[in-house]
Design a protein around this ligand. Structure first.
Ligand code: CMC
Length: 431
């Protein structure tokens, strides 16, 4: 954060207040209003945080106008094509790409933490089999503080580090267990000879009765999905993690809060909702009907997988995923998949429609991810848990950054109160 000596003036009730301006390394200038209430006695009003920077951060940068996403300065398309998820995890957590020795050490640390406490198997059995895997995930990750209480002291940097590694290592195991439990199959233990993505596929799709071979092309596609969802600056779930953490809550509780927030259909739940929408549309001839519904103000229906608060241009993650969808479907011999045909036609129709052009609504990351995941054999209910396990590194990196910041304070927004002013209590017989 560079103090440029620039200031803005606010005139209010005959007084002028100087507001310092911070110039970021990239992106718009930021007005510092922290002292405004103390000096001028007014709040600012910004529900939905459309014009508010809630923190400073060095992790991820998005230029929504250009459709650019950088992690620690590196463009997402380069990371998706040249890197792999654990290397991106290292980059997000520690700020730089690792050397070969650092990467090997990090991968060893993560790999050694992939198993969950055996008692956790019993904990899973308390859930109904038909529970949504996101419900199971929220509960089990929240319960991690009961299983791993030796890494809940946020004031101890060593415990913070262990908690970070545990979360990154165990989320795939827990997500796979939630899936196996929901289909009545035995839990599959992680295999440390497989890489992060291949191990996840193994835990989801292998069964004790027969040999399961992880296709390296599918493992690569899975890994790319993990990379593309790894972090996205101060989105709703990340802000939830930061707010939960600002009270001093333990890391497992904070990540469980992030998972709960991610579940909503406007956020991570959109991947499930998008695929269900594509199935409901079914055939390309029904696309105009759904486009008309999305444009109708009296119809709550929205085109899922379209639009973004920050991107007013193509979501760079969607570009990579579109190509990945073609590759995976061709590999699996299902390139004529009707859902992909509907998706491609819907995308073209929306991109050429005046409503979507004017409102700058482009396909987002959730538009193509579901098609790939379904082709791999995942049910729609697993799409958001896969988003959650991918985003865990982003949440934990932002959490670590926040805890290490000496300016860290409890998050406590104020409000524009529009309720009744003080009035006297009325006895029940007089109401
Ligand atoms: N279909 C039809 N109209 C839309 C859509 C859509 N998908 N998205 C936005 N609009 C319209 C909206 O009705 C509004 O119109 P008007 O100005 O006439 O009232 C205008 O565009 C602006 O929308 P907004 O809701 O004020 O924008 P927002 O920044 O608050 O919401 C969003 C962003 C992502 C929640 C929204 O675009 C949306 O609901 N999209 C569908 C759900 C989705 O795909 N979510 C995944 C987001 S990316 C991954 C993630 O974050 O997890």
């Amino acid at each position: 954060m560079t103090d440029t000596q620039k200031t803005a003036q606010l005139s209010l009730n005959g007084e002028t207040y100087e507001l310092p301006i911070f110039s970021p390394t990239a992106g718009p200038d930021v007005l510092d209003i922290r002292k405004l209430y103390g000096q001028a006695g007014v709040f600012t009003y910004d529900p939905g945080f459309t014009s508010t920077a809630s923190c400073d951060s060095t992790i991820t940068y998005i230029d929504g106008g250009k459709g650019e996403l950088l992690h620690r300065g590196y463009p997402i398309d380069q990371l998706a094509s040249k890197s792999h998820h654990l290397e991106v995890c290292y980059l997000l957590l520690y700020g730089e790409l690792p050397t070969a020795a650092q990467l090997e050490d990090f991968e060893t640390r993560v790999t050694r933490h992939t198993m969950v406490h055996e008692q956790m198997h019993n904990f899973f059995r308390g859930f109904r089999r038909d529970a949504h895997p996101m419900a199971t995930l929220v509960g089990v990750v929240g319960a991690m503080s009961a299983f791993y209480h030796d890494s809940t002291d946020i004031n101890d940097p060593w415990q913070r580090e262990v908690a970070a590694i545990r979360l990154i290592a165990k989320l795939p195991t827990i997500a796979a267990m939630a899936y196996k439990y929901s289909i009545g199959q035995p839990f599959v233990y992680p295999r440390n000879d497989l890489d992060y993505a291949a191990n996840f596929l193994h835990m989801c799709f292998s069964v004790p009765a027969e040999e399961y071979h992880v296709d390296p092309i599918l493992a690569r596609a899975m890994d790319r999905i993990f990379i593309l969802h790894a972090d996205h600056e101060q989105n709703a779930s990340t802000s939830t993690v930061r707010l939960a953490s600002s009270s001093g809550a333990n890391p497992f509780a904070c990540i469980a809060a992030g998972i709960a927030c991610l579940w909503g259909p406007a956020h991570g739940g959109a991947n499930q909702a998008c695929l269900e929408m594509l199935k409901e549309i079914g055939t390309v001839d029904r696309i105009p009907e759904f486009i008309a519904r999305a444009k109708d103000k009296n119809d709550p229906f929205r085109l899922m997988g379209f639009g973004h608060r920050v991107y007013k241009n193509t979501d760079p993650r969607a570009k990579v995923l579109k190509q990945s969808a073609d590759e995976v479907l061709e590999l699996l011999g299902v390139e004529n998949n009707p859902l992909l045909q509907v998706a491609k036609e819907l995308e073209q129709t929306a991109l050429n429609d005046e409503y979507f052009i004017e409102k700058k609504l482009f396909p987002n990351v959730d538009f193509y991810s579901g098609i790939i995941l379904e082709a791999m054999g995942f049910p729609t209910s697993m799409f958001t848990p896969i988003f959650a396990l991918s985003r865990t590194v982003g949440w934990i990196s932002q959490w670590k950054e926040m805890i290490a910041d000496p300016q860290n304070k409890i998050g406590r927004p104020r409000q524009l109160y529009l309720g009744e002013t003080m009035r006297d209590y009325v006895d029940i017989e007089n109401r």
